[in-house]
Design a protein around this ligand. Sequence first.
Ligand SMILES: Nc1ncnc2c1ncn2[C@@H]1O[C@H](COP(=O)(O)OP(=O)(O)OP(=O)(O)O)[C@@H](O)[C@H]1O
Ligand SMILES: [Mg+2]
Length: 837
Amino acid sequence: MLHSSAVPVHDHRATATFWTEAPEALLARLGSGPWGLAAADAERRRAVDGPNAVVDHAPAAIGRKILRRMAEPLIAILIVAGLVSGLTGDWPGFGIILSIVAVSVAMDVAQEHRAEQAAGALRDSVAVRAIARRDGRPQGVPVEALVAGDVVELAAGALVPADGVLLDGQGLQVNEALLTGEPYPVAKRPGAGAGATLAEATNAVFSGTAVVTGAATMLVVATGSATRLGGVAAALAARRPATAFERGLRGLGLLILRLTVFLVLFVLLAHLAFHRPPLESFLFAVALAVGLTPELLPMVTTVTLSRGAMRMAAKQVVVKRLAAIHDLGAMDVLCTDKTGTLTEARIALADATSPEVLRMAALNAGLASGQPTTLDAAILAAQPLPAGWRLLAELPFGFERRRSSVLAEGEGQRLLVVKGAPEAVLAACTGAEGNAFDRAALLAAAEARGAEGLRLLGVATRAVPEGEVVDGPEAERDLTFLGFCAFLDPPKRSAAAAVARLAELGIRTKIVSGDAAPVVRHLVQALGLPAQGLLTGEEIAGMDDHALAARVGQVDLYARVSPDQKRRILLALKARGHTVGFIGDGINDAPAIHTADAGISVQEATEVARAAADLILLAPDLGVLAEGVEEGRRTYANVMKYVRMGTSSNFGNMLSMAVASLVIPFLPLLPAQILLNNLLYDVSELGIPFDAVDRADLAAPHAWDMRQVLRFTMVMGPLSSVFDLATFGILLWGYGATPEEFRTAWFVESMVTQILVIFLIRTAGPAWRATRPHPVLAATSLGALAAALALALGPFAAVLGFAPLPGALLGVIMALVVAYLAVAEALKRVAVPRAAR
Ligand SMILES: Nc1ncnc2c1ncn2[C@@H]1O[C@H](COP(=O)(O)OP(=O)(O)OP(=O)(O)O)[C@@H](O)[C@H]1O
Ligand SMILES: [Mg+2]
């Protein structure tokens, strides 16, 4: 490959242990410098190396999809069968079979492709970006566009976008749980790495890990599948277990597949044993198999989900992982952090014990490198950074320690200034400014102010002698306590209504906060939320997973919990059989978001939280979540309509036809007629993803229940067969129909019953009281029905092998249809258990 002469030739390939090389050597080898790459150069490299993505999410091109569908066994057999009928001179058969295959593949692929495109565009709209230095300045670059040689700026809350080494950095700590399983953050600093093992790679950061505190710049050395994460990509892809719904659908598909194979082989062998024509028997068996396969199921699921995603987007909820819509619909417990979802997140300083306390707090907040937190910003809004101080060292805030410290020099002193959660700061204090140090009294005072709803930070200092190195939390000792800063974060008015709405939907809301217990209690009171019980992080630390699982059912409030404890609470809830959602925005929420069935974050959240989430709320409002939940239940209800249709009416019809083919001396339907029947039936169902859903279907969480599906099949399937047999009897023995008349009558009967029954199945209550069917569903069903009648009874009927029917016989068939629908409507009540209505 020819590079333009301006770009030095460099070796892209990363060695497995790149961190043992000196940074300068790596920079030279990758043809980069501290100010990164030229944008044009990065573009060229991307063309060579490919996108920085472990798994390619881009939907396959439509041509490839069509080919893939045609390679599916049944379709391939049909195409071959069509060609064989052509070769034997059956040209109408050839034409009909191939056009039916073409129409059904086109319909399926086009629908699915459109749906995927739309869902993909939504996902891209919330994609994570990295800050890379390109053309000499930092700019937001989509993570996928990063290449080896890029220089990326990392700050707290950022996701490490690729593998690389640190060029410089301050107090960087990353969570590598994804790679190593270790839940506690590890420190990283620039320099030469010690050894070749991952644990010794203290100067390297890896794709998929998260920056917990501190700031750094990294040189990207490996991207995409060349990263450590890429190496375990296969394991990672299997990491997210399928949802209960997905597993249920898969199990059902497998069951139907087995039945189909069994039935079709049986029919084929029986026909051959009766010395029926082999090609015709084979085609009949294949057509039966096609008729039995719920081939639209994947398409119906995808289209239903992506339509759900579109509607949710209109309500400010963006779906990153489509299947999460089901989880959202099945969710019965929602855990939420406090700030931003239940409060306005407009944090403002209320007061400080003394001007000096505030001045020191501002020193701590203003000197700290990295992104200022909301608390830091509130301090600096009230008191600008005092002039004349410089930063010597810092111990960035950590969620386990709940303190942050700076070592500052100014006004002729060298001071370690510590601020943090009151009990965390007081624990490191041995004295107090001015008066006697009474830790218990100070804790009680903090508690009292917390009960007023004020968020508190303690501030303390220590004079540090020249020569003492401050580079670890051990330095936070022998502090002198100065006082408190108190902050106000008004409760969000709309939150109470949102929680009530979720409760109506059968969802219990629990608050999981890093803040102090009194603050959480005050908030619950202020909003009038129904909540019982409270566990603190300290109490949870003393429980094993078993003990925790025994408590989480009754406890709604959790205070002073660490990021890992948030995750443990979710695991405990899941262990108790709940489908759990978690909504949060911080670095500290990411592990819990990841663990939840439905991980939710908001658009303004930190990158790690957004990257871990399945759903992103564009407006930080619990109210929109309730809409999302309804949308999830709507998609579930519509997929269930398709499943019920397939397992009862369609399955019953094909089954009776298989049986009939063994009893009567001719084929009950010609292969091409079966395929036509199946195609029209598919068309009639295209509208299901659009259909409106009864209020009752939205009222409570639901999970996939195989027994319910089987029960429905066991009741409705045989019912359909009873009427089929009645049709057979009347046609054969009552009327003495010719084969052509028999097929025409049977085609009409099965089409009308199969299609019309959707208007009963779509609701659990009386069909006439249900919400009106969506116009698209009405159009596809009634259109398909009209087409079926026109083809079977119209001018071209003879081409398809149909014969005209006398009016009296048509009348009898219609009477049978009406009787079937009436009985189906009555039996439906038995088929759907009361609990599921
Ligand atoms: N910048 C900071 N400096 C010092 N201490 C801090 C800082 N930020 C947070 N803390 C302390 O750590 C505690 C936990 O942090 P935080 O409140 O953000 O957790 P959380 O779980 O996200 O809470 P919430 O439920 O309110 O969203 C705070 O209550 C505060 O005491
Ligand atoms: Mg938070």
